[in-house]
Design a protein around this ligand. Structure first.
Ligand code: ATP
Ligand code: MG
Length: 327
C-alpha cells in the first residue's frame, strides 16, 4: 500500500526549462489556487505526482494535508474502505470506526493516482463526492461533509475508456474540467541535461562519485528515446554513478541499451559516393560507441597506436566522444 499522508514539505521541485515544461508550470500556477478538480495525464514516469504536489503547494491548502492514493494498487473493497472508511461493526472485523481518506484530507487535497483503474462502484461514489461534497462511511446512515480538492492522474486515455464503457462518461466530464498533459521526456530535450545533473548531484554518498557529465555522455542521453521518462533517467544516472571511475560520467558508464540505441546512424554503403576518410570516420565513431569511448580498446581493434588514433580523433573532430580516462 502506497497511499500515505504526506504532511512534511517535500523539497523536490519540478525541474525544467523546456517550452513544454514551462507550459505545464503555467497551467499549474493558473489552476492551483482555485478549487477546481484537475486531471493530470501523461506516460509513466513523466512526473505526474510531482505536478499534483506542486498544485497543492501553490494553493491556499498548502498547510493542509496532501493525501496520495494509488488506486491501481488496491482491490475494490480495500480501496473503498480506504477512501470512505467504515463504522464500527460495519462488517465482521470492523472493530473500530475508520475514517476514510476523504476525511483525512479535509481542507486539503486528495491525489488519486491511476484513476482509470477504479471500479464502477467506486466511480459512482466518487461522482457523488464531487457533486455534493458528501459521502457515507460503510455501515453508516449519515452523510459526512468534507472540503477536499481532488487531483487525479492517469497514464491511460480516459476519454477512450469512457467510449468503451469502462469509465463513466459523467465522471470523465467532471474530472476533465481542467487537464494538464505532462509531456514525455523526449519532447523536453532541453531538460535532459538539467535533470541528469540534478540526479547526479543527488546520487553522491561517499564523496568519490563523479562530479560531472562528460559532453559526450550528454550527447548520448540526448539521443535516447526515454520510454520510461524521468524515472528511467534517474535510474540510469544512479547506475552510471556507480560504474564511473573517473571525475566525470563517460558514455561507457551508461547501460549498454542506451549506448547502443544512441549510436551513430547506419551508413549507406550503396551510394558509391563515400570517401575513404568518411568511411574511416564512421567506423571509428562506431567503435567508440561500442567500446564505451575506450580509446585503448579502439586502437587495439584498429591495430594502430593510441597516438595515431588520437591524431585521427582530432582530425575528424571526434575527440569529445572519447573522454574516458585511459587506464
Ligand atoms: N521535472 C522534474 N524535476 C525533477 N524530478 C522529477 C521531475 N519529473 C519527475 N521527477 C522525478 O521522477 C520520478 C517520477 O516522477 P513521478 O512519480 O511524479 O511520475 P509519474 O508520472 O507519477 O509516474 P507513474 O505514472 O509511473 O506513477 C520521481 O522521483 C520524481 O521526483
Ligand atoms: Mg505516479
Amino acid at each position: 500500500m502506497r497511499e500515505s499522508l504526506r504532511g512534511e514539505p517535500e523539497t523536490v521541485k519540478i525541474i525544467g526549462r523546456s517550452p513544454a515544461i514551462k507550459h505545464v508550470q503555467q497551467l499549474i500556477s493558473k489552476v492551483a489556487d482555485s478549487n477546481n478538480t484537475v486531471l493530470i495525464q501523461g506516460q509513466s514516469g513523466v512526473g505526474k505526482e510531482l505536478v499534483a504536489r506542486e498544485i497543492h503547494d501553490q494553493s491556499h491548502r498548502q498547510a493542509q494535508p496532501f493525501v496520495v492514493v494509488d488506486c491501481g494498487m488496491l482491490n475494490e473493497n480495500l480501496l473503498q474502505n480506504e477512501l470512505f472508511g467504515h463504522q464500527k461493526g460495519a462488517f465482521t472485523g470492523a472493530t473500530a470506526l475508520k475514517h476514510g481518506l476523504f476525511e483525512v484530507a479535509d481542507k486539503g487535497t486528495i491525489f488519486l493516482d491511476e484513476i482509470g483503474e477504479i471500479s464502477p462502484t467506486i466511480q459512482s461514489k466518487l461522482l457523488r463526492v464531487l457533486e455534493t461534497s458528501t459521502f457515507r462511511r460503510l455501515g453508516s446512515t449519515k452523510d459526512t461533509k468534507v472540503d477536499v480538492r481532488l487531483v487525479a492522474a492517469t497514464n491511460r486515455d480516459l476519454h477512450d475508456l469512457s467510449k468503451e464503457g469502462i469509465f463513466r462518461e459523467d465522471l470523465y466530464y467532471r474530472l476533465n474540467v481542467f487537464t494538464i498533459q505532462v509531456p514525455p521526456l523526449r519532447d523536453r530535450e532541453d531538460d535532459i541535461a538539467l535533470l541528469a545533473r540534478h540526479f547526479l548531484h543527488r546520487a553522491g554518498h561517499t564523496g568519490k562519485e563523479p562530479k560531472e557529465l562528460a559532453p559526450s555522455t550528454l550527447e548520448v542521453l540526448g539521443k535516447y528515446e526515454w520510454p520510461g521518462n524521468i524515472r528511467e533517467l534517474q535510474n540510469v544516472i544512479e547506475s552510471a554513478v556507480i560504474m564511473a571511475e573517473g571525475p566525470a560520467v563517460e558514455p561507457g558508464d551508461l547501460p549498454l541499451s542506451i549506448q547502443e540505441e544512441s549510436g551513430p546512424a547506419e551508413l549507406d554503403l550503396t551510394t558509391e559516393s563515400l570517401s575513404l576518410k568518411e568511411l574511416e570516420k564512421h567506423y571509428i565513431t562506431l567503435l567508440l560507441h561500442r567500446l564505451g569511448g575506450h580509446r585503448a580498446k579502439v586502437a587495439k581493434v584498429l591495430q594502430i597506436s593510441e597516438r595515431n588514433l588520437y591524431r585521427k580523433l582530432k582530425e575528424y573532430d571526434l575527440a569529445d566522444i572519447s573522454l574516458r580516462p585511459k587506464r
